[in-house]
Write a protein that binds this ligand. Structure first.
Ligand code: PAF
Length: 285
């Protein structure tokens, strides 16, 4: 039987925990999440475990990163099941604060971003999203003072935003990206996949398929605009409402035209029914 991972909600307690383990010479790893954990999250915990002695998972559905018409109210909140899953991997502590703990009355500060947060990708469709992410991530990194924090490549633009943020604000925590975990048919694992109806779930694999086909064509020397245009058309044909599917420089998110502008990443967001899916892949042999 697994021993249940302890859950705390107070910043003071988190700080005491980190201090005690630091004094013992241990390296602290942090995995920030919004809960509704799946195998992809557990792989982030395992990635943190490989580089840290203690792994803290944060679970906080951050209201500041949802737009007014987004799914904050219905976002799955499954703390008991999450704790169960974390007890089966090697997490040492869950930090699951309340909204009041993170945003007490009078809270009046937010992080303003440029660079990868204004790449005209997610930010075009979710204009306040990255500021909300950056504000809560800055707080969590300051609260935990971890040596390393792991974020998924699934949210690729977010990962670059957080790396830039940590560098620009002199946050000492090293930011690591970890690869996207996929279902057998290629669909990137996401807490939001549970919104898909069985019929949409079947079609959802087309997002990854379109990205893979575009990557294949680009590597074969096809024009990038033609390859990404064909992928957008394939998705529209499969019933997706495509927000974007674009080739960008993987480090800066600047637009690219040829493989010489690389390393190249293909990034996409598209809605199927009421569910908005995002995905990205590297264009590499
Ligand atoms: O990727 C997520 O789950 C969230 O955006 C994060 C980084 C935990 C911030 O709320």
């Amino acid at each position: 039987m697994n021993v249940q991972v302890p859950v705390i909600g107070a910043i003071d307690e988190l700080r005491r925990y980190v201090r005690a383990h630091r004094v013992a010479g241990e390296r602290i790893g942090l995995v920030p999440t919004m809960g509704a954990l799946h195998a992809g999250h557990l792989s982030l915990v395992e990635a943190a475990r490989r580089v840290a002695d203690r792994v803290i998972v944060t679970i906080f559905v951050n209201p500041a990163q949802f737009g007014p018409n987004e799914d904050f109210a219905r976002y799955p909140r499954t703390l008991a099941a999450d704790v169960e899953k974390l007890s089966s991997v090697v997490a040492d502590l869950v930090f699951a604060p309340s909204v009041e703990e993170i945003y007490p009355p009078g809270f009046a500060t937010k992080v303003v971003l440029d660079g990868p947060a204004r790449a005209d990708l997610e930010d075009r469709f979710r204009p306040t999203h990255f500021s909300g992410v950056a504000t809560v991530v800055t707080k969590l990194l300051n609260q935990a003072q971890a040596d390393v924090a792991v974020f998924g490549e699934k949210d690729y633009q977010q990962l670059l935003v957080i790396k830039r943020l940590a560098r620009d604000l002199d946050i000492a925590t090293e930011i690591l990206g970890a690869p996207t975990l996929r279902e057998a048919d290629g669909l990137a694992m996401s807490s939001r996949n549970i919104y898909l109806s069985p019929e949409e779930r079947e079609r959802a694999k087309e997002l990854c398929a379109a990205l893979r086909e575009a990557a294949r064509r680009i590597l074969n020397g096809d024009d990038m605009g033609a390859a990404t245009g064909a992928a957008r058309a394939a998705l529209a044909g499969a019933g997706f409402d495509v927000d974007y599917l674009e080739a960008r420089n993987a480090e800066t998110l600047a637009p690219v035209e040829t493989l010489d502008d690389g390393p190249i990443r293909l990034l996409a967001a598209a809605t199927l029914g009421a569910t908005r899916l995002i995905d990205n892949i590297a264009v590499e042999p």
